[in-house]
Design a protein around this ligand. Structure first.
Ligand code: FAD
Length: 398
C-alpha cells in the first residue's frame, strides 16, 4: 500500500470492487480498503440478481451461481398465488448468487487489473485540504496511516459513515429502513427454480418475506419490515421465526443474518469536492425490492469513469464530478428508483383486503411481459374502483 493514489476506494462490496476494477483498467493508480478481514463475509443479502444486469459486469460463472430461477411467485395475505413464468419476464429472470465467492471474484478482478487491495483496513476519517476531500486516514491492526488521493470513492455500504464525516447528511428516516432477518435454511422442500415473495401486514408489515432457493433443499428465507413497525416482540426475526415454524417446521438454519436496507430516495447529491458516493452508501437501492447489487456496480463504474476524466483534466472539484450525479439520475437505473419509490409508497399503505383484491385480479391477468409498468397498467384495467389511486401512480411512469 502506497501513501498516494489517483483514487482511493472505501469498501470492498460490489460497488467498491467495480469502481477499483474500472480505475485499474483505465490505467489509474487505485487502492481499495476494506475493514473486514475477508472480502465477501459475512453475507448480508438474499443474493438475487437479474441475468442481464449481471452480465453487464461479469461473465456468469457456476462457481458463484447457487441457482438459476425460472419463475417468480407472489403470495397475497389470503394465500392467493400469482406465478410469473420467465417467458413473461422477457428472459430477464435471475440468478441466486453465492456472494461469498462472487464478491471475492470481483475484488480479484480489480487486483488482477492492477488495484492495490488492503483488507482489515478501516477508513477512520477523511483527510481534508481546504475543505476538499484529499484522502483518508486508515487503521490497520491499530496502526494508523494516511492515504492521499485525487478522488475518494465512498463505497462503504448502507452503514456508510465516510460521507457523513465529510459533512454530508446521510440520515435515512426510520420508516425507510427495511429491518431484515434471514436464515440460510436447509433440509426444506421447495421448488429450486422459483423465487417466492409473501406479502401482507401480518407476515411482513410494509415489507415482504422471501424464499430464494440456493439449491434443491436449501434457500435464503428472509423478511424485511419497515423500521417503524419493528419493536420488542415484533422484530424482523420474530416474523421470520413465526413463518419458518409454520411453513418449514423441519428446516435447519445454518446461517442467520440481520441487517438494514434503505428504501428511501437516493442522497440529494452524491458528489463533493474530491468525493464520490456509490452503491448503498448513496442509497441507490430499488425501493420496492431492496435490491442493490446491480445499482452498486452501475454507480461504481460510472463514478470511476467520471473521476478518470476529472483527474486527467486536473480538476476534481464538485463541479467536475457532478456529471456522475447527473448521469446516474438520468439513467434507466435512476429513473427506475424514482418511479419505484412512488410505487412502494403506494403499496405499503394498502390494507390486506386491498392487497388480496389486487392479487385476485393479478391472478387473472395474462401478462405478455412482466414489468412494474405492465403490472400497474393491467391492474387499472381490472380494478375500476381503484382507478383514481392507480392513475395517480401511473403518472410516475410517464
Ligand atoms: C437482508 C438483505 C437482503 C438483500 N437482498 C438483496 C438481493 O436479493 N438482491 C440485491 O440486489 N440486493 C440485495 N440486498 C442489498 C445488497 O446486499 C446491497 O445493495 C449491496 O451489497 C450493495 O453493495 P455495496 O458495495 O454498495 O455495499 P456493501 O456490499 O455493503 O459493501 C460495503 C463494504 O464497505 C465496507 N466498509 C464499511 N465501512 C468501511 C470503512 N470505514 N472502511 C473500510 N471498509 C468499510 C463494509 O465492510 C462492506 O464490505 C440485500 C440486503 C440485505 C440486508
Amino acid at each position: 500500500m502506497k501513501s498516494r493514489y489517483d483514487i482511493l476506494v472505501i469498501g470492498g462490496g460490489p460497488a467498491g470492487a467495480i469502481a477499483a476494477r474500472t480505475a485499474a483498467e483505465k490505467g489509474l493508480s487505485v487502492c481499495l480498503v476494506e475493514k473486514r478481514p475477508a472480502i465477501g463475509t459475512p453475507v448480508r443479502c438474499a443474493e438475487g440478481i437479474g441475468k442481464e444486469s449481471l452480465s453487464e459486469f461479469i461473465e456468469p460463472d457456476k462457481r458463484w451461481i447457487s441457482a438459476e430461477m425460472k419463475r417468480a411467485e407472489l403470495v397475497s395475505p389470503d394465500g392467493t398465488s400469482m406465478i410469473l413464468e420467465s417467458r413473461h419476464a422477457g428472459g430477464k429472470v435471475g440468478y441466486i448468487l453465492d456472494r461469498k465467492i462472487f464478491d471475492r471474484e470481483l475484488v480479484w478482478q480489480a487486483a488482477e487489473a492492477g488495484a492495490d487491495i488492503a483488507v482489515k483496513t478501516r477508513a477512520t476519517a477523511p483527510i481534508l485540504d481546504e475543505g476538499k476531500v484529499a484522502g483518508a486516514s486508515v487503521d490497520f491492526c491499530g496502526n494508523t496511516s494516511r492515504i492521499s488521493a485525487d478522488v475518494v470513492i465512498a463505497a462503504d455500504g448502507v452503514e456508510s459513515k465516510f460521507s457523513r464525516w465529510c459533512g454530508i447528511d446521510t440520515t435515512v428516516p426510520v420508516r425507510e429502513i427495511m429491518s431484515s432477518a434471514q436464515y440460510l435454511l436447509t433440509d426444506i422442500t421447495i421448488d429450486p427454480h422459483t423465487t417466492v415473495f409473501y406479502l401482507g401486514n401480518t407476515i411482513a408489515p410494509e415489507g415482504y418475506l422471501w424464499v430464494f432457493p440456493k439449491g434443491d433443499r436449501t434457500a435464503n428465507v428472509g423478511v424485511g419490515i419497515s423500521g417503524r413497525k419493528s419493536g420488542a416482540g415484533h422484530r424482523a426475526k420474530d416474523y421470520l421465526d413465526r413463518f419458518v415454524r409454520e411453513k418449514f417446521p423441519d428446516g435447519k438454519p445454518i446461517e442467520c443474518i440481520v441487517g438494514g436496507v434503505s428504501v428511501c430516495r437516493p442522497l440529494p447529491c452524491t458528489v463533493a469536492d474530491g468525493l464520490m458516493i456509490v452503491g448503498d452508501a448513496a442509497r441507490v437501492v430499488d425501493p420496492i425490492t431492496g435490491g442493490g447489487i446491480y445499482n452498486a456496480m452501475f454507480t461504481g463504474r460510472l463514478a470511476t469513469e467520471v473521476a478518470c476524466s476529472a483527474i486527467a483534466a486536473g480538476d476534481c472539484s464538485i463541479e467536475a464530478l457532478l456529471p456522475y450525479d447527473a448521469q446516474w439520475r438520468a439513467s434507466k437505473m435512476g429513473k427506475t428508483i424514482e418511479r419505484n419509490y412512488h410505487v412502494k409508497e403506494y403499496f405499503i399503505k394498502l390494507s390486506d383486503e386491498k392487497l388480496n383484491a389486487l392479487a385476485h385480479s393479478i391472478s387473472r391477468i395474462n401478462l405478455q411481459e412482466f414489468s412494474t409498468f405492465q403490472l400497474v397498467k393491467e391492474l387499472i384495467r381490472h380494478n375500476p374502483t381503484l382507478l383514481i389511486e392507480l392513475t395517480r401512480l401511473m403518472s410516475h411512469f410517464a
